[in-house]
Design a protein around this ligand. Structure first.
Ligand SMILES: [Zn+2]
Length: 147
């Protein structure tokens, strides 16, 4: 039983690693062929043992398992390889447009660090507000109450 979990995870990891390439889709196809070979072995075992090993229950579980491994593998192999230019190094959150103002990721709180410098601030954005968190940016400017 543990083998089937490891089998699926290995196929999904390789499909995700080589997504959008022939290797990613190839490993999903190989995983499907592996399930088909196992189904064939179940059928042959029934014939070779002259009906003593009847693995119909295992085949009923094997077909949805093969469908699950193949469907999730195809989904993972189809995911885009594109990484945003200003992605957070921890969670890959796209921080484009935030970096001149915010240097911390709003998703995970990681500080910006990359070989590329943050994009230059637009003329209407305050430069002195850099290296602040999102909570420090005023949403609106409230004028002082006259005395
Ligand atoms: Zn992040």
């Amino acid at each position: 039983m543990f083998f089937f979990v490891v089998y699926a995870v290995v196929i999904w990891c390789i499909a995700c690693r080589y997504r959008r390439s022939w290797r990613g889709f190839g490993v999903v196809g190989a995983g499907l062929i592996g399930c088909a070979v196992l189904a064939w072995l179940h059928w042959r075992l029934y014939i070779w043992s002259e009906g003593r090993f009847y693995l119909r229950v295992l085949q009923v579980m094997l077909y949805p398992y093969a469908l699950l491994v193949t469907t999730v593998g195809l989904f993972l192999a189809s995911l885009p390889r594109h990484r945003p230019a200003y992605a957070c190094h921890t969670c890959l959150y796209d921080m484009e447009g935030l970096l001149p103002i915010i240097s911390e990721c709003p998703e995970c709180g990681a500080h910006w660090k990359s070989g590329a410098p943050p994009p230059a601030a637009a003329p209407d954005q305050p430069v002195e507000a850099s290296n602040t968190s999102l909570a420090a940016i005023p949403i609106c400017q409230i004028p002082p109450i006259p005395a």
